[in-house]
Design a protein around this ligand. Structure first.
Ligand code: ARG
Length: 434
């Protein structure tokens, strides 16, 4: 599954992103005051909003893929109709919506079973053939923020598995009201910082500028010379406790990029982390909602080579690569396509050389079609969002391109969550720490 920065036409982050470059050498207090003024009030989600009902009451426009598929509204399951029509493209806020996501009539299942089913039903994930292999860590008894952090470190250790990445989900306690809310504020367990400079340009990952400012405001000290691949600390909340913790370096497996035919590529100093671990999605089982249940699969090469490295609002490397390749950057001569190909070759080559598991988009496409067959045999129709399933490179050369899919996701599922610092309680909590 790709995260919300990966959808087509992803929006630029809001709020504090627009702030000036935060120089780590600046006094934190100053930064904080500046920041606070920038935080925009967000709308409290009404408790009467039914998250099952597509297109109602949500802020889908503020979202992820930036797409609104023209799917008809369906009735709310809680009021007795079919269990379909979750608006997966919308970010939920459990404070207003947990109740409507849970109905007592749902069968009781083990946490392992529901977590696997949630993956199986994730409409944006091409890797679902492997849903039964998800390893689930039951961390529901974990209480304080530091213990949550330790469990996340443990998650990374197990999931990384020396490069033979294991799909893993760690499930912390379910939502039972805002007082005991547990959340990881990071979008993923491992992400690279983005620092906006005075001239407006960004060092690092532009998608993380806002989060980087947040972490800095909360006391994180970036390296003295901010780099393009500085791993962000985790910001973890348990009740009204908020901690900022750096991950131990030895738990973060990274791959340095090189290209089998272009020695100059290595000199660009590119790298990426081995494990994509979504940290802020909700595991909604139908009976309960878990606002903190980080999970990972392994990467598909294009997520890094095409989107993270190639997108204009991410590392924007196509012009850099094209220049090294000596390509003339004219409008119609496919220089971007050539640069994309080289970047993607580099990713596949480098991961494979280092022995880190990842899948290329052709293989992933085949596996997804096998998953569709498998589901059909099991009496289920696969629910999928075409624009997320079709790889961003060579779409029509993959089988998944040449068909359509139903998009009526059901629970259990994995839902996007309103950013912690944009909820009213998150903002209140933040104000206490700043
Ligand atoms: N696209 C995201 C990234 O580049 C990761 C989303 C999850 N991907 C996955 N293969 N499980 O970091």
């Amino acid at each position: 599954m790709r995260n919300d920065t990966q959808g087509r036409g992803s929006k630029s982050p809001s709020g504090i992103l627009d702030n000036k470059f935060i120089n780590p050498a600046h006094e934190t207090r100053l930064v904080v005051l500046e920041r606070r003024a920038m935080i925009k009030p967000t709308h409290q989600s009404g408790s009467n909003v039914c998250p099952f009902s597509r297109g109602r009451g949500g802020d889908s426009s503020a979202d992820a893929s930036g797409e609104k598929s023209p799917v008809p509204e369906s009735a709310c399951p809680v009021s007795g109709a079919a269990r379909s029509g979750i608006d997966h493209a919308r970010r939920v806020d459990l404070a207003g919506e947990a109740d409507s996501l849970c109905s007592p009539g749902q069968p009781e299942q083990s946490i392992e079973e529901v977590a696997r089913e949630a993956w199986r039903e994730s409409v944006r994930c091409i890797g679902r053939l492997h849903w039964k292999s998800l390893q689930v860590v039951d961390a529901r008894a974990v209480e304080d923020a530091d213990s949550v952090f330790e469990a996340c470190v443990e998650h990374l250790r197990k999931a990384t598995n020396g490069g033979r990445v294991i799909p893993t989900q760690t499930v912390f306690r379910p939502w039972d009201g805002p007082e005991r809310e547990v959340r990881i504020w990071n979008p993923q367990l491992i992400r690279y910082a983005g620092y906006r400079k005075k001239d407006g340009s960004v060092v690092g990952d532009p998608a993380q500028v806002e989060f980087t400012m947040l972490a800095t405001a909360l006391g994180w000290r970036p390296p003295s010379t901010p780099g393009a691949f500085d791993v962000l600390p985790l910001i973890i909340q348990s009740g009204d406790e908020l901690v900022v913790r750096e991950l131990p370096e030895e738990e973060i497996l990274e791959v340095r990029m090189e290209h089998p035919e272009h020695p100059w590529l290595e000199k660009l100093g590119l790298r990426w982390h081995a494990v994509p671990a979504m940290a802020d999605m909700v595991l909604a089982t139908g009976r309960e909602v878990y606002g903190c249940a980080p999970f990972n699969g392994w990467y598909m090469g294009t997520e890094i080579g095409a989107r993270n490295f190639g997108d204009e609002d991410r590392y924007n490397l196509l012009p850099v690569v094209a220049e090294r390749m000596g390509l003339r950057q004219e409008r119609n001569n496919l220089w971007k396509d050539r640069a994309l190909l080289v970047l993607n070759e580099a990713v596949l080559h480098s991961f494979s050389k280092k022995g880190v598991r990842l899948v290329n988009h052709h293989q992933a496409s085949k596996e997804f079609l096998a998953f569709c067959d498998q589901e059909k045999k099991a009496g289920r129709e696969v629910q999928a969002e075409w624009s997320w399933i079709v790889p961003p490179l060579s779409g029509s050369a993959t089988g998944v391109f040449h068909r359509t899919y139903e998009v009526h996701p059901t629970l259990p599922n994995l839902l996007q969550q309103k950013r912690a610092w944009e909820t009213p309680r998150g903002r209140r909590l933040l104000a206490r720490y700043l």
